[in-house]
Design a protein around this ligand. Structure first.
Ligand code: UDP
Ligand code: MG
Length: 336
């Protein structure tokens, strides 16, 4: 990873907090209170923050999330509410927030308080040491053993398959400099995996370790299928190595077949009866079928992605972009 320039950044900066929101009405009041207390006047002057603004990206919530944000807009912080035209998914919501930010620094954090806002202060400190990307790296995670195991396995597999240096146990929680956000926004792909793209753009990057608590209220929107899709999306978006694995399998199986042919030609099975020979053939056929299906599965993952990219559709559509004053004006319109 590129080393940071040996500087200490002294300038006053603005900060945008990008928060993707999908059906989070139960946790939003606590999130808003936590953001208010974390980024109060004292904290802002200590960290050299000129302004702090929350960009809530409502990703097609079906509950009262939008109303809660409008009614309880954090005091002392700017607020922008970006409503997407439907549910486009967490990754698209993060991309929408980044594309609509304009501050010097942009932090991405989940609405459910699993990404502690106080850790953003440590990230800003790292940025002052010259880093352009500071990501949260989980020391501990409060989750079921099965989920913890799967997350740990995914990040290690992702790192192994990746052609670039991807940190393990690092999700979307991060702080990015304007320079990096501009580079990310300029990337053309429609199907986005922000944490992979964040590693891909490079620049000096640093980790801040944190403990990931359980979500404070409400339900996770991610089911097992979503997690599976996210994992394949992440791998297919960054690495061609699964295709190379498929090629390697084809070569290995081809070599084994030649050995089998040679064995038949040299009559190595001479002593074996016809039944044994048929069993060997059946096993070889089953193995070759499995390998072919596995390779088609891998090809399919890339083909599907190429199909989506070829269409050139945007990764999200904005329905409404509501700024602070409009929020205040809307208070009276909101149903109780
Ligand atoms: N989220 C989103 N769109 C979705 C699903 C989730 O914007 O379709 C948001 C959600 O509100 C939260 C973040 O993405 O702020 C992470 O979601 P969640 O907590 O459900 O995921 P988990 O932490 O269980 O992986
Ligand atoms: Mg969560």
């Amino acid at each position: 990873m590129t080393k940071p320039a040996a500087i200490r950044r002294q300038d006053e900066v603005s900060l945008d907090l990008v928060v993707p929101v999908h059906d989070e009405e139960q946790v939003l009041p606590e999130l808003i209170r936590t953001l208010e207390t974390t980024f109060d006047d004292a904290c802002r002057s200590r960290l050299g923050l000129r302004s702090v603004r929350c960009i809530f990206v409502d990703d097609g919530s079906r509950d009262r999330s939008v109303e809660v944000i409008q009614q309880q807009a954090p005091v002392g912080l700017g607020i922008r509410l970006l409503r997407l035209s439907r549910n486009f998914g967490h990754q698209a919501a993060v991309s929408a927030g980044l594309a609509h930010s304009d501050a010097d620094l942009v932090a991405v954090l989940d609405a459910d308080l699993q990404d502690p806002p106080a850790t953003v202060c440590d990230m800003i400190e790292q940025w002052r040491h010259g880093y352009e990307v500071v990501y949260g790296q989980r020391r501990n995670r409060e989750a079921s053993p099965a989920l913890r195991f799967l997350y740990a396995a995914f990040y290690r597999l992702f790192r192994w398959l990746s052609p670039i240096d991807v940190p393990v146990d690092a999700g979307d929680f991060c702080l990015l400099s304007r320079r990096v956000v501009d580079e990310l926004d300029a990337l053309p792909e429609a199907v986005r995996f922000p944490r992979g793209l964040r590693a891909w753009v490079g620049f000096p990057q640093a980790a801040v370790a944190y403990d990931r608590p359980a979500r404070r209220a409400g339900q996770s929107s991610y089911g097992w299928r979503d997690l599976y899709n996210l994992a394949t999306e992440g791998i297919a978006s960054l690495s061609l190595r699964p295709l190379q694995v498929a090629q390697l399998l084809a070569l290995v199986y081809g070599a084994l077949s030649l050995l089998g042919l040679a064995a038949i030609w040299l009559d190595l099975f001479g002593a074996a009866d016809a039944g044994t020979r048929i069993d060997v053939v059946i096993v070889l056929l089953l193995a070759s079928n499995s390998i072919i299906l596995f390779c088609i599965y891998i090809l399919g993952a890339y083909l599907g992605r190429t199909y989506l990219e070829a269409k050139g559709r945007p990764s999200f559509i904005v329905y409404e972009d509501i700024a602070v004053r409009e929020c205040a004006a809307r208070h009276s319109d909101v149903a109780p």
